[in-house]
Ligand binder design. Sequence first.
Ligand SMILES: Nc1ccn([C@@H]2O[C@H](COP(=O)(O)OP(=O)(O)OP(=O)(O)O)[C@@H](O)[C@H]2O)c(=O)n1
Ligand SMILES: C[C@](O)(CO)[C@H](O)COP(=O)(O)O
Length: 404
Amino acid sequence: MSSPAPSIGVVVVAAGSGTRLGRATPKAFVEVAGRSILSWAMDSVRGISEPIELVVVVPAALVEAARSQLASLGLPFAAVAGGTTRQQSVQAGLSVLGDGVDVVLVHDAARPFTPVEVFERVIAAVRSTGSGVIPGQPVIDTIKGVDRSGLVLETVDRSRLTAVQTPQGFPRAQLAEAYERAVEDVTDDAALVQQLGGSVSVVAGDPLSFKITTPHDLEHAEELAARTAGADSAGSSMMRIRTGIGVDAHAFSSSSPTSSGEGGGELWLAGLHWPGERGLAGHSDGDVVAHAICDALLSASGLGDLGSCFGTSDPELAGAHGEVFLRRTLALLTESGFTVVNVAVQLVGNRPRFAPRKPEADALLTALLGAPVAVSATTTDGLGSPGRGEGLTAIATALLLAPR
Ligand SMILES: Nc1ccn([C@@H]2O[C@H](COP(=O)(O)OP(=O)(O)OP(=O)(O)O)[C@@H](O)[C@H]2O)c(=O)n1
Ligand SMILES: C[C@](O)(CO)[C@H](O)COP(=O)(O)O
């Protein structure tokens, strides 16, 4: 069954040059503690609790670079070229959003440390008000109105001011109309909506949402990133944890076991040969434990599943043992920068008696994946197809660490 299309569209604008930062590289691609500002900005976006459709808008020359840099995000995204102003870049992002999107958040990559709670607050407020919502922070300094010569004219009532941040959220139709009818270039999305008479309200922003604009902001970002790196295992590592689940079932083969176990109906399970036990039917050797592990690993990485990664059309996989699939799966994960943290798998069936060979199975699979694998086994008290002795099922979970 296909999953429902996301109703939240997130457009991350990252196509600015960063003139005020004064670097040769476009600002979103400047590194902070070894990662681009754009990559840092994705940490919170990835944490949004409901499905999103993500569009990243970058300088035309860096579309491919962005695609490869963000490939390990673990969530699908489109990367498109921006324009010469922020407004044009937002417009480019909006134009590729799918039909299923009805709420749009526009976020500056230049605000890479915006906590995910701010995103959630904006989404909730757009839904409850049915109108535009922007995060804001109180203005702390005393503000003076001055004329062109610098003469002070007035002290502004700062209780009426808010310093605006992103993400700025809107019902899609409201934002799309504002962009279609825009007549002048403005610095934020809310201004366009207001020009059409649309209402926009403010929710609490966050000091961490500061925009990296000047070299001083970049220094502040480096300090924050260093602190995050200090708490790496508790902080950003936690954000990189991915879990996955995999299930596989095979019927017992109708042919009798042979002594060789090769193609003659003997059982291969958890990477081990089980002499004298009836084998499992399938295109490969039917090793449900190995296959469930592969599916769990692929599900955690977002790279697909056993069927999509290793189709039955590959002649090398006909009759292949579980360890072939495990090695290939590990290679795919490693190429994409994932690290396996651990795997747990449970075999469901009446035979074989698994407990005596559990240490052997754990050791083999652990060595193959280079991470702890624990295999357990259970019966179903006679219920269902495993209970009737028709075949075996295995259910696996996997934990991965995604690349930075
Ligand atoms: N043509 C542009 C200009 C800006 N932005 C994005 O809009 C956000 C806010 O812009 P700002 O921080 O002011 O970025 P720059 O325009 O890059 O900075 P500067 O004004 O110093 O050149 C940033 O994430 C920036 O990448 C964009 O996508 N396309
Ligand atoms: C939307 C915005 O981040 C509001 O602060 C905007 O992009 C700011 O751009 P500015 O050019 O730094 O005002």
